[in-house]
Design a protein around this ligand. Structure first.
Ligand SMILES: C[C@@](CO)(OP(=O)(O)O)[C@H](O)COP(=O)(O)OP(=O)(O)OC[C@H]1O[C@@H](n2ccc(N)nc2=O)[C@H](O)[C@@H]1O
Ligand SMILES: Nc1ncnc2c1ncn2[C@@H]1O[C@H](COP(=O)(O)OP(=O)(O)O)[C@@H](O)[C@H]1O
Length: 299
């Protein structure tokens, strides 16, 4: 018996980062938006825990117990006294180490797939607890849509989105490590007072109204200077996308994927064509948001 779960990538339309906490994490006001790029995770009953992965960047995904999908299966099994005898297959379409929460998506997908396979009877809150143990972004991958993440990003408040937004994503040649980008944020912040992170009322209002121009005017990412400092060529991609007519461009989370918000489908196609021809990125995708969270698509 097999269960397949589809899980979305995310973009952070606001990522306000506070000072480093004693535990090494940073308090955030993290406005997540799920976007229509997905990984599919299939869980199949097996003799032991095994993993396979296919798709772009699959060679950079660990296939041992450090894989976030494997960790999710182990964590669920431990909680409910079940041996994780399962084969997990990840069909990957979310850029690896790209700041789009691909690993978190796979963790949420594996959790929901194993939960369905094993019939644990876990409540959604119990699943969300396990998600938060696995990583700061994992709870959002489970719920999808749009949400404000506070704490280290794991405490979620669902947000209303009043319309569909058009995005172009440019995957970079290479990846960025999330801890390295937060470390660079700390280095750049030395000697500066860091304000408490707060969600922008204007941005939440733009989301609620589905107003792309207003959202474009309020997009912010406090990790962007750190990502650009570690990966300066991203500036060329951002310049190419905005010159091509995007309403705004920003680094997605810790990067190095760049995200371009566009007025409509036609503009998104034009921006994608210019980015593809620019030679400033590895691949380009056009998609929409919001997208739904982890969903069983086959069983
Ligand atoms: C930056 C963001 C924005 O959504 O995602 P990505 O863009 O990388 O996908 C997140 O904050 C990443 O969340 P996630 O990738 O789940 O991070 P975790 O596994 O919990 O933590 C990895 C490391 O990132 C740093 N970290 C993470 C979250 C946070 N609020 N403060 C931190 O300082 C810590 O160094 C931590 O050890
Ligand atoms: N299922 C997974 N998919 C992708 N990466 C994973 C997975 N499990 C563990 N990793 C590790 O996590 C790192 C971060 O990957 P990813 O989650 O795709 O990026 P980001 O944190 O930038 O959103 C990768 O370099 C990889 O070593």
């Amino acid at each position: 018996m097999s269960v397949t779960v589809r899980v979305p990538a995310k973009v952070n339309v606001q990522l306000a980062v506070g000072a480093a906490r004693p535990d090494g994490f940073h308090d955030l006001a993290n406005v997540f938006l799920a976007v229509g790029l997905h990984d599919d995770v299939t869980a199949t009953a097996a003799d032991e825990l095994t993993l396979t992965c296919e798709g772009p960047g699959a060679d950079q995904v660990p296939l041992d117990r450090t894989n976030l999908a494997a960790r999710a299966a182990i964590a669920l099994g431990e909680r409910y006294g079940i041996e994780p005898r399962v084969h997990l297959h990840i069909d990957k379409d979310i850029p690896v180490a790209g700041g789009m929460a691909g690993g978190s998506a796979d963790a949420a997908g594996a959790l929901v797939a194993c939960d369905a396979l094993w019939g644990t009877g876990a409540t959604r809150d119990e699943l969300l607890d396990i998600c938060a143990e696995l990583g700061s972004d994992v709870p959002f991958s489970l719920v999808g849509g749009a949400a404000l993440g506070t704490g280290r990003g794991e405490k979620l408040q669902l947000l209303d989105v009043g319309g569909e937004f058009r995005w172009v994503f440019a995957a970079a040649d290479g990846g960025l490590s999330t801890p390295a980008v937060y470390g660079e944020f700390d280095r750049l912040a030395q000697g500066r007072a860091i304000p408490e992170p707060e969600a922008s009322p204007a941005l939440l209002d733009a989301l609620r109204r589905g107003d792309a121009s207003a959202l474009a005017a309020t997009l912010t990412n406090d990790l962007q200077p750190a990502a650009l400092s570690l990966f300066p060529a991203l500036k060329d991609t951002l310049d190419a996308g905005t010159a091509a007519g995007a309403l705004a461009g920003l680094v997605s989370g810790s990067g190095p994927t760049t995200a371009f918000l566009c007025a409509d489908e036609e503009s998104a196609r034009a921006v994608a064509a210019v980015l593809t021809a620019s030679g400033t990125c590895r691949s380009v995708r056009v998609t929409t948001s919001p997208a739904q969270g982890a969903t069983v698509v086959q069983r």
